[in-house]
Design a protein around this ligand. Structure first.
Ligand SMILES: [Zn+2]
Length: 110
């Protein structure tokens, strides 16, 4: 699903629609090397509307493990899956009873 997504120094972010389309959004963070933010407009269009089934973002120079900010951010959208794409792996996270868990069985090596 993310084979076209090249990991770069600045984090990339996007969503996957319910039809499986991978859409890249603009990372509006002030420090795009350290993290990502999505504009209010994109949050309304894709996240709050329920149009996005999953989110994704990239990690350069680090693993596909969660950062503390990722954990807090994913909790805001518990009905969605969240993918972290690194150079070497793709991890999927989901929320159960207010806790973010990794679906280890779906771990992919790139
Ligand atoms: Zn992250």
């Amino acid at each position: 699903m993310f084979s076209d997504i090249e990991v770069k120094a600045e984090e990339r972010v996007g969503i996957v629609t319910h039809d499986g389309d991978v859409v890249e959004l603009i990372n509006v963070s002030n420090d795009r090397v350290k993290g990502f933010s999505v504009s209010g407009e994109d949050l309304m269009t894709w996240f709050a509307s329920g149009q996005a089934k999953s989110s994704w973002h990239t990690h350069d120079g680090k693993s596909a493990n969660l950062s503390a900010d990722d954990y807090q951010g994913f909790l805001n959208w518990p009905e969605m899956d969240h993918y972290i794409i690194s150079h070497s792996a793709i991890h999927r996270y989901y929320t159960v009873n207010g806790a973010v868990l990794e679906d280890i069985s779906s771990r992919q090596v790139r």
